[in-house]
Design a protein around this ligand. Structure first.
Ligand SMILES: Nc1ncnc2c1ncn2[C@@H]1O[C@H](COP(=O)(O)OP(=O)(O)O)[C@@H](O)[C@H]1O
Ligand SMILES: O=C(CO)[C@H](O)[C@H](O)COP(=O)(O)O
Length: 561
């Protein structure tokens, strides 16, 4: 049999897909490629022009196929590799990124009669228009004393499966009936690659209220939401569960033609774009937290003990690494703060000066921001431009920027936003400490960790911890490739098991240690953040929710006179 030299990994992020070929003997990335989604994030209108309400975030599933068809042949070309040299394929995807499909797996938005129906498209993980359903679900679950709440920090996020499905039922009941399955986009991509529709146990555990011991919630729970949902789990979620590292099937002839991979190449169960990275970073022990910092941030840590933690997103046995209990917390908006700021608030003069200096606008703003000392801008922000995922689990909260004067500069605001995301991470770390889940080591990866050393130094100064940035340029895609090697198995030229795959992990780090003076100043500023966090986030003043309600109604002031 020809030497299987590589494993292929594809990381489907929020804005683009990244593909890597991993050399099986060295664990090095032999080649990489990326491709932006042609429709990007659809948060204002559908391709047909139909406008979308506030807090919607959709994607077009055809984009995922198009990026596969572009990125995979490109990575084979740049490595001079043939498809027959690939031992296995692994993919990871943002989650809970979900879509309604027919029994054959066809996205409903592909059907002409649904092309202009927003609910027929992919609901991206950051879609927050199901908050009403999530709030009602949590009330019902708490009234019923549902045990599963303990595994989700006592609140199910509006970003997860059940609130999103309930929103479809409430707003498009005919489409809900037409939907055969409500699937994760990662599982849908694996079904396109192999012809088989599974539900990966990682996403089922963290996003669909499924557990290995109890399965999905009861029929009576779903009926309590809405009588029409009584059989929701038995029908719309009824695809077989595939554990982490499992083999989903082999590349079909159609996909071999589209991508250049060899027909029958083993494909692993889909994984989540943050969770997948624990293996690739070699973080297989309890107490090692990994923050995947991109559009959002996911904070992941393993423990041998199950402990309830308010505001945690999910506590799932075998969720991150088989044999351990995987905890997920997160911030739904990190890089998105900076993207919003650059798109809406930076003067053209700054863009011009960045171009003149031959640098990117993020790098230009960062260079201006890092000249200041902690507190010099007089600003503090709450990092809730897209709601709060942990520790408040409330998509109805919104951002706050305090302290602006006529002397405030764009770089002051940019720095305040970076600091706010670090304060949010410190809040999460403190919630784990308070719950008795130790976090002994802190690692970071993802686009931001790779691109912004100053921000990583801020995180060290604000959390008071050493930060180890994993030096893999594409950690999620690299890790997904290791799962592809697991699906192949040793006999197929891949890996025999998790321990074997972890031998290939990336253990090179850029280390950031806290600066004592800055850390002392940030201890004081962090207390101001906590005061604002608790005042606006825990019910003392629900002005943020009232303002969001007005925005949703498109109301103007006179209606409230
Ligand atoms: N130099 C930078 N400093 C801070 N944020 C950045 C920088 N460059 C890009 N970003 C942000 O990183 C995010 C993209 O993160 P990345 O991990 O590359 O993609 P994804 O979130 O799709 O996985 C965007 O929100 C963007 O605003
Ligand atoms: O919640 C998630 C994982 O559990 C999402 O996938 C993540 O928040 C979005 O990923 P990214 O910020 O890399 O685009």
């Amino acid at each position: 049999m020809e030497q299987k030299r590589y494993a292929l990994g594809v990381d489907f992020g929020t804005l683009s897909a990244r593909c890597v070929l991993v050399e099986m003997h060295t664990g090095e990335i032999a080649a990489s490629s990326s491709c932006e989604y042609p429709h990007g994030v659809m948060d204002t209108a559908l391709p047909c022009g139909r406008p979308l309400p506030a807090d919607w975030a959709l994607q077009h599933p055809q984009d995922y196929i198009d990026t596969l068809a572009a990125a995979v042949p490109e990575v084979l070309r740049s490595a001079g590799a043939s498809g027959t040299q690939i031992c296995g394929v692994g993919i990871d995807f943002t989650s809970c990124t979900v879509l309604p499909v027919t029994a054959e797996g066809t996205p409903l938005c592909f059907l002409p009669e649904y092309a202009s129906e927003p609910h027929a498209y992919v609901k991206l993980w950051k879609h927050h228009a199901a908050q009403k359903e999530a709030t009602r679900l949590n009330q019902i679950a708490q009234e019923r004393g549902e045990k599963f709440l303990e595994n989700y920090g006592r609140k199910i996020s509006s970003e997860w499966v059940v609130p999103k499905a309930w929103q479809i039922l409430n707003e498009a009941p005919k489409l809900y009936e037409k939907m055969a399955y409500f699937v994760e986009a990662g599982d849908w991509i694996v079904a396109q690659l192999t012809g088989r529709l599974w539900r990966n146990a990682c996403a089922a555990g963290y996003k669909a209220i499924w557990s290995k011991t109890d399965g999905f919630p009861s029929r009576s729970f779903f009926a309590a939401l809405d009588p029409r949902m009584e059989d929701f789990a038995e029908t719309k979620l009824n695809t077989p569960i595939l554990p982490l590292g499992g083999r989903a099937g082999g590349i079909t002839a159609r996909m071999a033609k589209l991508t250049g991979l060899a027909q029958g190449t083993p494909v692993a169960a889909a994984n989540l774009d943050a969770h997948v990275s624990c293996l690739g970073a070699g973080l297989t022990r309890p107490g090692q937290m990994l923050a995947i910092m991109g559009t959002s941030t996911c904070h992941l840590v393993n423990s041998s003990r199950p402990r309830p933690i308010p505001g945690v997103c999910g506590i799932v046995p075998d969720g991150l690494i088989p044999g351990l209990i995987g905890y997920e917390a997160g911030q739904s908006c990190v890089g998105d703060h900076f993207s919003w700021f650059v798109k809406n608030c930076v003067p053209a003069a700054y863009e011009r000066r960045a171009q003149e200096e031959g640098t990117g606008i993020y790098e230009y703003l960062t260079r201006l921001a890092e000249k200041k000392v902690p507190g010099e801008s007089g600003l503090i922000a709450l990092d809730w431009w897209n709601g709060n995922r942990s520790v408040l689990v409330d998509g109805d909260l919104s951002g706050l920027l305090l302290g602006c004067t006529l002397g405030t500069k764009p770089e002051d605001i940019f720095r305040a936003l970076m600091e706010a995301t670090a304060y949010g991470t410190r809040m999460i770390l403190e919630s784990f400490a308070a719950a008795g889940i130790p976090v002994d080591e802190f690692y970071a990866a993802g686009g931001i960790a790779q691109k912004n050393p100053f921000m990583m130094q801020l995180y060290a100064n604000i959390t008071g911890r050493e930060i180890r940035v994993v030096e893999s340029a594409q950690l999620p895609a690299f890790s997904a490739a290791l799962y592809g090697a697991l699906a192949a198995g040793r006999d197929g030229g891949g890996c025999a098991g998790i321990g074997d795959a972890a031998q290939l992990a990336c253990r090179r780090y850029a280390i950031y240690t806290p600066d004592p003076g800055a850390a002392a100043a940030y201890d004081v500023l962090y207390q101001e953040y906590v005061t604002l966090h608790n005042y606006f986030g825990r019910g003392a003043n629900d002005v943020m929710k009232r303002l969001k309600a007005m925005r949703r109604k498109g109301a103007c002031y006179h209606e409230y006179e």
